[in-house]
Write a protein that binds this ligand. Structure first.
Ligand code: GLN
Length: 246
C-alpha cells in the first residue's frame, strides 16, 4: 500500500524542559519525512499538567536535558506511568534521547542527589559515573540498511540493560550506554532510547523511516511502504561521521 492519505499523531513530551542540543530536530525530521510522502502529521507539545490521551498518539518523543530538568519530568511522568506502559504494550513508538532515555528505565541515580524514578518502559537503570562521555559515536544497528548509526553523546549517566530489553545498536566508536559493554541505546517492543544527540534522526534518515513504518503499522495494522526520498545530503552528513578517523 502506498503511504498517501495516512496520518500520524506525535506527542512531544515536555519540550520546554527536555530539548537540549536541539533534540526537537528529531520530531521535525519525522514530520518532514512523512509530509514529503503525503502522510499528514499532527504534533502536540505536552507540558507539565497536561493530559496524555494514549488513544490519540502513535509516536512519543522525549529529548535530553540536565539533571534539574529531569527531576521535574521524572515527577510528572509518574502520573502517566500506567497509561504510557499501556501505549508501549500497544506498540506505540517511543524515541527518547539521553536524559529522556534514562527516564524510560527504572531510575536515574545522579551524583549526590535523590534518585529520579523512571516509568520502566525499558528494563534498564542508570547510575551517574565519574566521567562525562562527550564526543561523536558510530554504531551498528540490526534494524536498518545501512546498519550504521551516528550521533553525538554528552552524558555522565551509565545505563545498564537487563531482561528482554536489548541494545538498539553496538558501539563502533565512542562510549554508548556505559563505556564498558559496547552497547548503545535500548529497545523493548517499539520503545527506543539512545544517547545519540545531534540531533539523531537528520543524520540517520534510514532510522527515521524505520520508526515511521513502525508507527504506521501500529496505527493501520499493516506494513505500509514508504516512497524513496532523495537522501543525498543526509547521507553525506552520515558518511562524514562514519568515515571520520577517530
Ligand atoms: N543528565 C544526564 C546525564 O548527564 C543526561 C544528559 C543529557 O540529556 N545530555 O547523563
Amino acid at each position: 500500500m502506498s503511504s498517501k492519505n495516512f496520518t500520524l499523531n506525535i506527542a512531544h513530551l515536555y519540550p520546554k524542559l527536555l530539548n537540549i542540543y536541539g533534540d526537537w530536530g528529531n520530531v521535525l525530521t519525522i514530520k518532514n519525512r512523512c509530509e514529503w510522502r503525503d502522510i499528514d502529521v499532527n504534533i502536540d507539545a505536552i507540558g507539565i499538567g497536561d493530559i496524555i490521551d494514549i488513544k490519540k498518539y502513535d509516536i512519543y518523543f522525549l529529548g535530553g536535558g540536565q539533571d534539574q530538568q529531569q527531576i521535574a519530568v521524572s515527577k510528572e511522568l509518574q502520573k502517566h506511568k500506567s497509561s504510557l506502559q499501556d501505549a508501549a504494550d500497544e506498540h506505540a513508538v517511543f524515541l527518547a534521547i539521553c536524559g529522556g532515555y534514562q527516564l524510560l528505565g527504572h531510575f536515574y541515580q545522579p551524583h549526590n542527589a535523590e534518585r529520579l524514578v523512571g516509568i520502566s518502559l525499558l528494563d534498564a537503570y542508570t547510575i551517574a559515573g565519574d566521567k562525562r562521555f562527550i564526543g561523536n559515536v558510530t554504531a551498528k544497528c540490526k534494524y536498518t540498511i545501512p546498519e550504521t548509526l551516528v550521533g553525538f553523546e554528552n552524558h555522565s549517566g551509565l545505563t545498564y540493560l537487563q531482561g528482554e530489553t536489548e541494545p538498539m545498536a553496538a558501539v563502533s566508536t565512542g562510549y554508548g550506554n556505559n563505556g564498558k559493554d559496547k552497547t548503545e541505546g535500548a529497545r523493548y517492543k517499539n520503545v527506543f532510547g539512545t544517547y545519540l544527540h545531534g540531533s539523531f534522526l537528520p543524520k540517520n534518515p534510514h532510522f527515521a523511516d524505520y520508526l515511521i513504518k513502525l508507527a504506521l503499522k501500529k496505527r493501520y495494522k499493516e506494513d505500509i511502504s514508504l516512497s524513496p526520498l532523495n537522501d543525498e545530503l543526509e547521507l553525506i552528513a552520515h558518511k562524514s561521521l562514519v568515515n571520520k578517523k577517530y
